[in-house]
Ligand binder design. Sequence first.
Ligand SMILES: Nc1ncnc2c1ncn2[C@@H]1O[C@H](COP(=O)(O)OP(=O)(O)O)[C@@H](O)[C@H]1O
Ligand SMILES: [Mg+2]
Length: 306
Amino acid sequence: MIPKIALLACQGTISGSGSAPGRRPDAYLHDHQLAGLRAGLQGAAEVVELDWRAPLDVIRAFPLVLIGSPWDYTGAKEEFLAVLAAIEAAGCILCNPLEVVRWNADKLYLRELAEKGVPSIPTLWSETPAARDINQAFDHFGCDRVVAKRRVGAGAEGQVSFTRGDPAIAAWRMDQPAMIQPFLPAIASEGELSFVFIDGAFTHALIKRAKPGDYRIQSVYGGTETPITPTASDLAAAQRVMAALPFAQPPLYARIDMLRLPEGQLALIEAELIEPYLYPPPGDDFARVMAQAVLRRLTWHTSRRT
Ligand SMILES: Nc1ncnc2c1ncn2[C@@H]1O[C@H](COP(=O)(O)OP(=O)(O)O)[C@@H](O)[C@H]1O
Ligand SMILES: [Mg+2]
């Protein structure tokens, strides 16, 4: 009998929900990633989708639990972390591990990486974000447009961008800690670059562009992506981020998202180590690399038990 591994999803993405009302418009990304995983693991392991809110005993019955598309966790971070902790405590291999998820779930990690010398976007942090922070940010950065985002967030949810003098600034506040950055025009001229690493090794890169009139590159806002072969210096910038991650082992999967600073250098926008869409390229290569990384960890599980 081949081993079964669990892929954590959420109500909005799990394919059992089909085209049911309430399925997220980006759930097809989950389907695509799942299909690639199944193709890579065919004959070696079976992949079972599970809602991360499924009964713990159901999840913990799997030797290995991959975090797939629990994309609603940002509204329930502590609950999500508690589920992951219980999965690990039961002796399951969690990918990525709780230690990685916990660190990555609060974007304050960006400050830690910046302090380590990782090229970063200048950022102001606010516990009680309101209009004064936006107005200060224009002066602090010497710019006319800023972006404010949640410290615990994904998919650009709750994010705003203001230009100096916008009357809407006065009434703005956020009910949770935020980060404010200068708006980098490279998002429109070039796009956001993503570099995917499996077990620390670079696999592929792409550039993501927003639809005209928007600056958010996510597919739900009409963003599109194109595979690229990165220049040696751009790839080196992403590798520098990987090298600065504070873990003994590189995570199974990592997506390093970068945006170009006006000086020409790529800066980290975020390191996606929890539930990234990995933009699996066509063909077997990526599926094989991903499957090998999963199977290697399944072996650790077996050897831990014997
Ligand atoms: N400083 C910035 N300048 C320009 N665009 C930005 C900036 N920060 C974020 N964006 C845009 O907003 C999107 C979401 O921001 P991001 O930091 O990736 O948060 P998340 O994906 O976790 O919601 C990015 O993909 C990009 O399109
Ligand atoms: Mg992002």
